[in-house]
Design a protein around this ligand. Structure first.
Ligand code: ZN
Length: 372
């Protein structure tokens, strides 16, 4: 009826246009169906698919496999990029090539600047799962404050040594995160805080953070930017990464390497009221661990440095009752890395085998009483 009102010439043009469209769409449909047919049955149709996305028969991987493979390639590239940057920084510091490329590193977190927060778990598989391994898990952290250069080198060197010699972690498990704060390490010059300007050793979500951490910092005379705890606890990727390693691997002891204060600091059941009177068995063992490290390094000074509201010592040592040793090397001078390796690696290797048995639950409850 609508067509009936259209003048004859235009009506003729419309009919021709309609026929052209009809023929064209039919040929398009044929083209696509032929193409589909070809894709479905021709083995040569996969020529343009990257080899990495084909299985060994040359057929495409399933979508899940493709996702896994894409993820694997992407994470490898991210780690390779990180190692390249680390090698570049090592060169600038006049250190020999870093072991980064040779280590089987992995990551679940990335920094604020997108750098992978790498770690590796060394497990002794030679004897199968063993109860003693559960009691002997050590977490080693380096590069929390990466303007302290020497700890980064020591942590990487420890990872390299373990990778080359599995005997070093026999009957035990070791998790090493050699560079907790890559953004600080890659800034020029390297800086203590992360990309957001937060001190990762003041940002742990402890019971007292909300009440004291920001308040203590903001009311201090100098409001030292290097020690800024952040506006919220656990606000930083580097903090969440460390806390996650503690939750997942449940270490029996933590060694965090810093510089240049030249002492060992043990944080374990920090509330002083609890330490009046005889020491508990666990306290004594924790103290023995610090003394073992000290003796191996020529009676290195042990000092009770105290804790901050958002520090690792408070979070892991005090609240979670995991003996937490801060190893403060005596210098950040990159020329001294060989000396620090000689001085401290024998003691750290012994500490890896030092069993610290759980359960510690009674201690946790007692500790919680003093940390409302
Ligand atoms: Zn430090």
């Amino acid at each position: 009826m609508v067509i009936a009102h259209i003048p004859g010439k235009i009506k003729f043009k419309l009919i021709i246009l309609f026929i052209i469209l009809l023929v064209n769409s039919k040929s398009q449909a044929t083209y696509f169906s032929e193409e589909l047919e070809e894709v479905s049955f021709s083995p040569f149709a996969f020529n343009n698919i990257p080899t990495s996305l084909l299985n060994i028969s040359g057929l495409p991987l399933s979508s899940v496999q493709v996702l896994n493979e894409t993820y694997r390639i992407r994470t490898q590239k991210q780690i390779a990029d990180l190692c390249q940057r680390i090698d570049y920084t090592y060169k600038k510091l006049d250190w020999s090539k870093s072991p980064c490329f040779s280590l089987p590193l992995t990551f679940n977190y990335v920094s604020e600047n997108g750098k992978p927060l790498v770690y590796w778990e060394f497990i002794d598989n030679s004897t199968g799962y063993d109860e003693s391994q559960r009691h002997n898990v050590t977490l080693i952290l380096g590069g929390v404050h990466p303007d302290e250069l020497t700890p980064v080198h020591l942590a990487f060197q420890l990872a390299e040594a373990l990778h080359k010699n599995p005997n070093l972690y026999k009957n035990s498990r070791v998790i090493i995160a050699p560079l907790v704060n890559p953004d600080g390490f890659f800034s020029n010059p390297p800086k203590r805080t992360n990309a957001n300007g937060v001190d990762l050793n003041r940002n742990f979500p402890t019971a007292t953070w909300n009440k004291y951490a920001y308040q203590i910092w903001s009311s201090s005379k100098d409001r030292d930017k290097r020690k800024f705890p952040g506006y919220f606890p656990n606000s930083e990727q580097g903090t969440r990464f460390q806390a996650d390693l503690i939750t997942r691997f449940q270490p029996n002891k933590v060694i965090s390497i810093h510089a240049p204060l030249a002492f060992l600091d043990l944080d374990y059941e920090v509330p002083k009221l609890l330490t009046i009177g005889p020491q508990t068995e666990q306290q004594r063992k924790a103290r023995n661990l610090a003394e073992l490290l000290s003796r191996s390094a020529g009676n290195y000074k042990i000092k009770d440095f105290g804790i901050y509201p958002g520090s690792l010592g408070n979070y892991a040592g005090n609240e979670r009752v995991i003996p937490t040793i801060t190893l403060e090397l005596s210098s950040s001078n990159p020329k001294l890395v060989k000396k620090f390796w000689r001085d401290f690696s024998p003691g750290i290797f012994k500490a890896l085998k030092y069993e610290f048995k759980k359960p510690q639950f009674d201690d946790i409850q007692a500790s919680a009483l003093w940390n409302p």
